[in-house]
Ligand binder design. Structure first.
Ligand code: SAM
Length: 284
């Protein structure tokens, strides 16, 4: 292996993020996307889809703790959770720690992602070891079309809005998601970043706003290997605003050990910098 082998994810024509690579562990192509698993010096194992970083061993905990625990501790009594995407297993791993849940369903379109995570990334792939997790290989867009009043929480853990994931950012999809949610249900989606290609962030937020009649909040987490390091999540709600809801009793009873999320972060993550607030004023 060339000791000077570097991987660069380009954020624009003039800016990017680079990692020195120890070894390429796997390269595979499905009808949906190309997958690479790298072993790197600074961030351990890295999964790429179509050349973009999906997760790294060193900082995946931030994304997975924040996409699951914020909605779970905002909801008064979550029982049935649906994950769309999330094929690496990190999200269902986090959900599995909430042992009171009745069902955890994941709809992932591409089996090669699940297989690679289980083989090379057991720190997330272990999510599939819990027998409560029902993994369905299929298209999440199709899956929600005929669902009604079925889930307390829906988590959209998708790739960027290209190829099979493009429809996961659309207005029609969010309307179907709303119908699939029970009365006080919540949807959370990874919603890109406020520095590069901000149109994707705003498309996702505004389509969610249309479906949820403006009952949408955004929260941020700090993830070094995602573009800009500042990641946005959009959360749509039917009843009480997540920024004002925190299930303290359940949080204290469960005594879960986190590396990023905690009760203070639950409130603080909804505090947005001025430039993000300005961006969120854009309604198109
Ligand atoms: N944490 C990651 C990020 O934000 O970069 C996303 C992780 S996860 C690997 C994203 C998954 O969404 C991929 O495995 C991809 O196959 C899946 N996906 C994309 N479009 C989908 C669709 N229409 N239905 C179900 N899964 C989909």
């Amino acid at each position: 292996m060339n000791p000077e082998f570097w991987f660069t994810e380009k954020y624009s024509e003039t800016c990017g993020f680079s990692l020195k690579v120890k070894e390429v562990l796997e390269t595979k192509e499905s009808k949906f996307q190309r997958l690479d698993i790298l072993d790197t010096y600074d961030f351990g194992k890295v999964m790429l889809l179509d050349g973009l970083i999906m997760l790294t061993e060193r900082d995946e905990f931030v994304y997975h703790e924040m996409i699951t625990n914020v909605p779970l501790f905002s909801h008064p009594n979550p029982q049935d959770v649906l994950v769309i995407g999330g094929g690496d297993g990190g999200t269902v791993r986090e959900l599995s720690r909430h042992t009171y849940l009745n069902s955890i369903t994941e709809v992932e379109i591409d089996e090669i992602v699940v297989n690679a995570a289980r083989k090379y990334m057991p720190f997330v792939g272990c999510g599939y070891d819990n027998e409560k997790v029902n993994l369905i290989i299929g298209d999440g867009i199709e899956f929600v079309k005929d669902k009604e009043d079925a889930y307390d929480i829906i988590i959209i853990d998708s790739t960027d809005p290209f190829g099979p994931a493009e429809g996961l950012f659309s207005g029609e999809f969010y309307s179907n998601v709303k119908r699939a949610l029970k009365d006080n249900g919540l949807v959370v989606a990874q919603a890109e970043n406020p520095y590069y290609d901000t149109k994707w962030m705003m498309r996702s937020v505004n389509n969610m706003r249309k479906a949820f009649l403006d009952k949408v909040e955004c929260y941020l987490a700090y993830i070094p290997t995602y573009p800009s390091g500042m990641w946005n999540f959009a959360i749509g709600y039917k009843d009480k605003a997540p920024s004002l809801s925190f299930e303290k009793e359940r949080y204290e009873k469960l005594q879960l050990k986190f590396k990023y999320y905690n009760d203070s972060i639950h409130k603080a993550c909804f505090a947005l910098p001025e430039f993000v607030k300005d961006l969120l004023k854009q309604k198109t």
